[in-house]
Design a protein around this ligand. Structure first.
Ligand code: C5P
Length: 399
């Protein structure tokens, strides 16, 4: 199945026995990173409760066109504007007829009229109703208008008949539905990203670390997945959920990160090092907790340099397109340019961390992209948007 990460999906549920399977569709959509809003017809409510779909989608289920509360919150126009795609599963013969004739007398039909993106439909009905000329005419008309028809399948039906008309299984539907999205400009590409801090243990209860929330690396991973790339994310300890559909590797120390990177970097097209790797680690690890010595007012820790992971990757014979981050408090651009050269990078993302409104824990960032050929400022905006622009820039460099 193609990635559905960060997509806004309306799932329309209509009144067929297969409506119980819509719960599983919601679960799969959520798992693949989509936001889901369910719109039910009144007859669908006879087969599955809105409460079930609300609990699974995490959003209020909309049922009535003229529901004052729903109009105030997410009315048909807002729903249509919010959505990237609509999936109607199951779609009854009645729904096909109503969509085909452009009716707008309930919420689902009205949202479908107001929406100008891709609509996919998974028909589900008795085999005789499916075969009926009028259903087939409606179907042809919908196909001509650009609706994508997923199924139906063939087999034994709830009513005991055998033939065409069964709704496809949820994963079969999602396979077809997800193909209605653009492949993305990084499909066929594999990307390795490091994120978060590393922790260098001093004793069982203490460690040295760097300030890093991991937000930039995680949102770059999401943007790369959204653009169709296969992503491996190697992360130090952070309070973030790994994005769905990525190969996630969790590490603690710089040494573990170095080993994981060297293992996973083979045959990758791009390496992005956003991790705030600790430059030094304690020479000795104390097996038991270091006790406070009341006679001494200071304690000396001897540190030893960690390997530079980016540099190790840049020294490989077959190296990927290499992206580093320069988090600087002074002389941002000149320090970043030095790193670009010394670490033999293709691109460095320069980030002024002395400004409290951007970088570190903030959801916003402002960065300058520097290559050997150009410099490009990405003005202050949220990390999601910045990530998308960085990924677009990398993809333009690859072609
Ligand atoms: O040299 P400095 O730590 O400022 O460089 C930052 C860049 O180098 C970041 O992309 C960071 O992920 C990477 N780095 C690394 N290994 C280290 C230190 C930094 O890969 N040991």
């Amino acid at each position: 199945m193609k990635s559905l990460i960060n997509k806004n999906i309306i799932l329309g549920v209509t009144g067929g026995i297969a409506a119980y399977k819509s719960a599983e569709i919601v679960r799969h959509l959520k798992k693949s990173g989509s936001s889901v809003r369910v719109v039910m017809t009144s007859s669908a409510e006879e087969f599955i409760t809105p409460l079930t779909l609300q609990a699974l989608s995490g959003n209020r289920v909309s049922t009535d066109l003229l529901d004052a509360e729903s109009e105030a919150a997410m009315g048909h126009i807002e729903l249509a504007k919010w959505a990237d795609a609509i999936l109607i599963a199951p779609a009854t013969a009645n729904t096909l007829a109503r969509l085909s004739s452009g009716r707008g007398d309930d919420l689902l039909s009205t949202v479908s009229l107001a929406f100008d993106g891709p609509i996919s439909i998974a028909p589900a009905m008795n085999q005789a109703m499916w075969k009926d000329n009028r259903t087939q005419e409606n179907l042809e008309n919908l196909q001509k208008k650009g609706f994508k028809i997923c199924g139906p399948g063939s087999g034994e039906q709830a009513c005991g008949d055998v033939g065409l008309g069964r709704m496809l299984e949820p994963l079969e539907i999602l396979e077809l539905f997800s193909s209605s999205f653009d492949q993305g400009n990084l499909s066929e590409r594999s990307i390795l990203i490091t994120a978060g801090p590393t922790q260098e243990p001093i004793d069982p209860v203490r460690f040295i670390t760097n300030r890093s929330s991991g937000k930039m690396g995680y949102s770059l991973a999401e943007a790369a997945i959204e653009a169709g790339a296969k992503v491996t994310l190697i992360s130090g300890p952070v309070n973030l959920e790994p994005p769905p559909n990525c190969n996630f590797v969790s590490i603690e120390t710089a040494k573990e990160m170095h080993e994981a990177v060297m293992h996973h970097v083979k045959s990758k097209d791009v390496y992005i090092g956003t991790a705030a790797v600790a430059d030094y680690r304690p020479v000795t690890f104390h097996e038991s907790k270091i006790k406070k010595d009341t006679d001494k007012s200071s304690l000396t820790l001897q540190l030893q340099e960690n390997q530079d992971i980016l540099k190790s990757v840049s020294e490989l014979n077959e190296r990927p397109y290499l992206v580093g981050f320069a988090a600087e408090t002074d002389n941002l651009l000149s320090n970043a340019k030095k790193k670009l050269k010394n670490k033999r990078l293709d691109l460095i993302v320069a980030n002024d961390v002395s400004n409290k409104e951007i970088g570190f824990d903030s959801n916003e960032n402002e960065v300058t992209l520097i290559t050997n050929a150009e410099e490009k400022v990405l003005e202050k905006q949220n990390k999601k948007k910045i990530s998308k622009k960085i990924i677009d820039f990398i993809s333009s460099e690859l072609t």
